[in-house]
Design a protein around this ligand. Structure first.
Ligand code: NAD
Length: 361
């Protein structure tokens, strides 16, 4: 599929450009957006592998507390050793002309600090979800990027994932009629010792980590913002893992049209990420919906049954995400999932916790 630049820009505005972006003309490495990867953990591995499949992005620098690990990864991605930074020396990145953007892949409570430092260094920011561990931090991140005139995008990879996009498209087309109700959930049994169980680093439990996928999905599936939220949280396993964060959260949301959504998240059980959307003419689901690959669209309407597994393999979502952000940087466009999108989720998460008698951060 070949697209003109004008067609690409139009698709980009519809949020579906990322899935077709590889057909843009290949760019030389000097015109590729260079990313500094901040935090070389699990998700950074997926993102860097995803970048390799883009035509418009490259890994240009690494920020890590472990020089030996950084040297190893630098060799793999062709990053010069002078472009490896410690956290303490990070601000020197301002002078690095090979770096136009950063990818913040640190524990949640560090997102605000490194986003703001990157903005002050004049770099665009792609920040992992959850955006922050407080509403005030999310607001400060947006303000810092605006003041520095750099772009801020939150890494909501499902916005760039064909199964999720097709579900949205089917719902908007009226295939199942006026949506009435949604169920969505995501959770996994967490191992002891994870930073995710330390509220100072995570800001919360499964809600901020994976429940956020269900929350965000209910918003893009309906195209509405929740007007009312009500929630319960609990800890069942008193084995030392849940001294500072919750184990389970169950919440309901009512949207302005009257759509009701019922969501669950847990760190105590394998709760495959899925959603199911019900209307008078049928239903649309994705199960799984939020995995790195193997997502599957299911639907029933008009006497038709859809069962469409997405054959794309990891790291395709990370490729699409990097491709989209680099495209926005290169052509002066607003990302589909800007800081404001992350801020909205942080406000709803704060409200869910408040309703459940807990606090965010
Ligand atoms: P991880 O533990 O694998 O990696 C975290 C990195 O941060 C490590 O390189 C670690 O050395 C570094 N770090 C720096 N200071 C640290 C500190 N004080 N404590 C712990 N680590 C420190 O974590 P991860 O799973 O890669 O998660 C990183 C971020 O990415 C989180 O915000 C998480 O929510 C997000 N994430 C997103 C997705 C997604 O699909 N978009 C998936 C997983 C994680």
């Amino acid at each position: 599929m070949t697209l003109t630049r004008r067609e690409f820009t139009r698709l980009s505005a519809l949020g579906i450009a990322a899935s077709v972006a590889p057909s843009l003309p290949a760019q030389s490495s000097s015109t590729k957006t260079g990313y500094a990867i901040i935090g070389l953990g699990r998700i950074a591995d997926h993102f860097m592998a995803g970048i390799l499949n883009t035509s418009n992005s490259r890994v240009a620098a690494l920020v890590s507390g472990h020089r030996d690990k950084a040297e190893r990864i630098a060799a793999q991605y062709g990053v010069p050793s002078e472009s490896i930074y410690s956290y303490e020396k990070f601000d020197e990145i301002a002078k690095n002309k090979d770096v136009q953007a950063v990818y913040v892949a640190l524990p949640n409570s560090m997102h605000a600090e490194y986003t703001i430092r990157a903005a002050k260094a004049g770099k665009h920011v792609l920040c992992e979800k959850p955006m922050s561990t407080s509403v005030a931090d999310a607001e400060a991140m947006i303000a810092a990027c605006k003041a520095a005139n750099v772009k801020l995008m939150i890494a909501y990879r499902c916005h760039y994932e064909p199964t999720n996009l097709k579900a949205v498209q089917l719902i908007r087309s009226g295939a199942i009629g006026q949506v009435q109700a949604i169920e969505s959930a995501f959770g996994f049994p967490i191992a002891a010792g994870e930073w995710r169980l330390n509220k100072n680093l995570s800001g919360g439990g499964p809600l901020v980590d994976v429940g956020i996928y269900a929350l965000n999905a209910c918003r893009y599936l309906t195209g509405e913002e929740p007007a009312h939220i009500s929630a319960f949280a609990s800890v069942i396993d008193h084995d030392g893992r849940f001294n500072t964060v919750e184990e389970n959260v169950s919440w309901t949301m009512k949207f302005p049209s009257g759509i009701v959504a019922s969501c669950n998240t847990t760190y105590g059980a394998l709760m495959g990420g899925y959603f199911r959307v019900h209307g008078p003419k049928g239903w649309v689901a994705a199960d799984p919906a939020f995995n790195y690959d193997g997502n599957r669209l299911l639907a029933s309407f008009d006497g038709k049954q859809l069962d469409e597994p997405n054959p794309a393999r990891d790291p395709y979502q990370f490729t699409a995400q990097a491709d989209h952000f680099s495209h926005c940087i290169q052509y002066g466009l607003e990302p589909k999932t800007p800081g404001e999108e992350g801020l909205r989720d942080m406000r709803y998460i704060a409200e869910i916790y408040r309703s459940a008698g807990l606090t965010l951060g």
